[in-house]
Design a protein around this ligand. Structure first.
Ligand code: S3P
Length: 432
């Protein structure tokens, strides 16, 4: 689909209840499936990505019921499934694919995981190599991408592994395998990544201990169904934080957003750029994650070099950091972010190509970019903007379009439905 972007609001005002957190939604469904008893999930993200997880679990024989804002997963109380299908269609869902590779390590029948064109190009060796150390063979050693045939092996060995990349998906996949392996596994990160799996595992009665960057899990473990309240997705809220900062005279409230400190590097980046975001912390025993109401108002920004240590905790918001950099005074520098090249698209390339179409001064680096601002964004050519099939690039460009009176075209907007189907309506609500 192509969107015509022709809104140039004088202000954005109002409140947006952002959709449920995508990372937590995938994990709650998966852990619910293997737990004993029922799991009720409130505010599960119902978007294309999490529907891929839901359907894959149903294809594996799991019963899942949806009523209003509540999803109930009837846990099977174990890790071997009775699949209804031998091919699982993962579409665009990288998190779900990697987590399932870890979850299905003891599956007795061969299963094939397939995905769309983007997912079929994303690196899977980072999960397959350590899983192969645990059970000799998940897929054959030549496999680096989908399709992947998961092969049976009931003899699982514990793992002692140092991750070569900062990746919560890989860490989580290995944890899901480790809780099935008899014995003690040690999984060590190179930098702290989002810890949703650890928190949820504990909520489901599992045990994982962390000492610095090393996680210890002893298996086999049994999980028990629980009630999960999914916070608003911080990565979705980040689009409105950006819009509120950049569009003049704005004030936007974002209630009940997840503010897990391993996810909110973007708030630190904003503070370093000179912005203040109001945060009212919410607490209660029902929350296994931190929730806060966030409020943003228009503010002037200064360019910064994003500290390398923050990169894993702001990884999904870096397209927005680039956009903010076009409006900040001075240089905004992102380095040590080569992981952006293996997301839903090569996000470094996509950011540079697309923001240049809007007149941004942005230089591509092998592992990031340098933006020099401030720039008055405008249409520089007849070539339409393009999302590169990436939901986060599409939404970043829609926010960018609010800053120019020029009429723009954005191609391949269907990608937005991967994580935020109601994005357009929410935007309209702020403009009207
Ligand atoms: C995610 C981890 C990150 C992130 C992705 C969601 C997760 O990916 O970019 O959007 O839910 O674990 P990596 O683990 O590849 O860094």
């Amino acid at each position: 689909m192509t969107h015509v972007l022709n809104q140039f609001p004088q202000q954005l005002n109002g409140q947006i209840q952002v959709p449920g957190d995508k990372s937590i939604s995938h994990r709650a469904l998966i852990l619910g499936a293997v737990a004993n008893g029922r799991t009720t999930i409130t505010n599960l993200l119902l978007a294309e990505d999490t529907r891929s997880t839901l359907t894959a679990l149903q294809d594996l024989g799991i019963q899942i019921e949806q009523k209003g804002t509540q999803t109930t997963v009837i846990g099977q109380g174990g890790f071997t499934f009775r699949p209804q299908q031998t091919t699982l269609q993962m579409n665009n869902a990288g998190t779900a694919t990697r987590l399932l590779l870890g979850l299905l390590v003891r599956q007795p029948q061969a299963l094939t995981l397939i995905g769309d064109q983007s997912l079929s190009q994303r690196p899977m060796q980072r999960v397959l190599a350590p899983l192969n150390q645990m059970r000799q063979q998940v897929a054959d050693n030549e496999t680096v991408h989908l399709p992947i045939i998961i092969q049976a092996n009931q003899q699982l060995e514990p793992l002692d592994y140092q991750l070569p990349v900062a990746s919560a998906q890989v860490k989580s996949a290995l944890m899901l395998a480790a809780i099935q392996a008899p014995g003690t596994s040690h999984i060590t990160e190179i930098a702290q990544t989002r810890d949703h799996t650890e928190r949820l595992l504990r909520q489901f009665g599992g045990q994982v201990t962390a000492k610095g960057l090393q996680h210890t899990l002893t298996g086999p473990q049994q999980l028990t169904g629980t009630d999960v309240i999914v916070p608003g997705d911080f990565s979705a809220a980040a689009f409105w934080l950006t819009a509120g900062l950049l569009v003049p005279n704005s004030r936007i409230n974002l209630p009940q957003v997840g503010v897990n400190p391993t996810r909110t590097g973007f708030l630190t980046v904003l503070a370093l750029m000179g912005a203040t975001i109001e945060q009212t912390q919410l607490s209660g025993p029902e929350f296994s994650e931190s929730f806060a109401d966030l409020t943003v108002e228009t503010q002037a920004l200064t360019g910064i070099e994003v500290p390398a240590t923050l990169i894993p905790n702001v990884i999904d918001e870096l397209p927005l950091v680039a956009l903010l950099g076009t409006q900040a005074s001075g240089q905004t520098i992102v380095r040590h972010a080569a992981e952006l090249r293996v997301k839903e698209t090569d996000r470094i390339r996509a950011i540079v190509i697309e923001l240049r179409k809007l007149g941004a001064s942005i230089e591509e680096l092998p592992d990031g970019f340098i933006v020099t601002g401030p720039t008055v964004l405008h249409k520089t050519s007849q070539v339409p903007l393009n999302s590169h099939g990436d939901h986060r690039i599409a939404m970043m460009l829609e926010i960018a379009s609010l800053l120019t009176p020029d009429t723009l075209q954005l191609e391949a907007t269907d990608a937005i439905a991967i994580s935020y189907p109601n994005f357009e309506n929410d935007l309209q609500g702020l403009i009207n």
